[in-house]
Design a binder for this molecule. Structure first.
Ligand code: ZN
Length: 135
């Protein structure tokens, strides 16, 4: 799978603007990008912390994945994303190792990355994303 580092932590928030304020004024981080990912029904905000990013996720619809997550569990850490050389290859490797997949092949995520998710039922309850920069 060749994981190189934690690419980002995804954090579900109710209100993106208020959450950005907390990260900027309390933690002193700088939001460098806000982006809507239409097919995931989310608005995202990114912060760089060393080599790792924080991705805040606000749902744009109650029936989106983040909307449902917040309804069930409230705000908090939603997923961990590992950087790999090739997301589709890494998904295939995980499947061969008996992991249930959310995505059989990678798709387009925020920041133009190729991303795919492993199912939390197979990953000890932690929704796990694998992502790679496009070739
Ligand atoms: Zn993510």
């Amino acid at each position: 799978m060749n994981i190189s580092h934690i690419e980002h932590l995804g954090i579900a928030v109710e209100n993106l603007e208020e959450s950005i304020k907390y990260y900027e004024t309390v933690l002193g981080l700088k939001c460098y990008s806000i982006e809507e990912v239409v097919d995931q029904k989310v608005k995202t905000a990114f912060f760089l912390v060393g080599n790792t990013k924080i991705e805040l996720l606000e749902s744009t619809s109650p029936d989106g994945p983040i909307g449902k997550f917040i309804e069930k569990k409230g705000q908090g850490i939603h997923h961990i994303a590992f950087a790999v050389p090739n997301a589709t290859d890494a998904l295939k490797t995980a499947e061969k190792r008996g992991v249930r997949l959310v995505d059989k092949v990678s798709r387009k995520g925020a920041e133009g990355l190729d991303i795919g998710f492993l199912h939390p039922k197979s990953t000890l309850g932690v929704l796990t994303e694998l992502c790679s920069k496009q070739e």
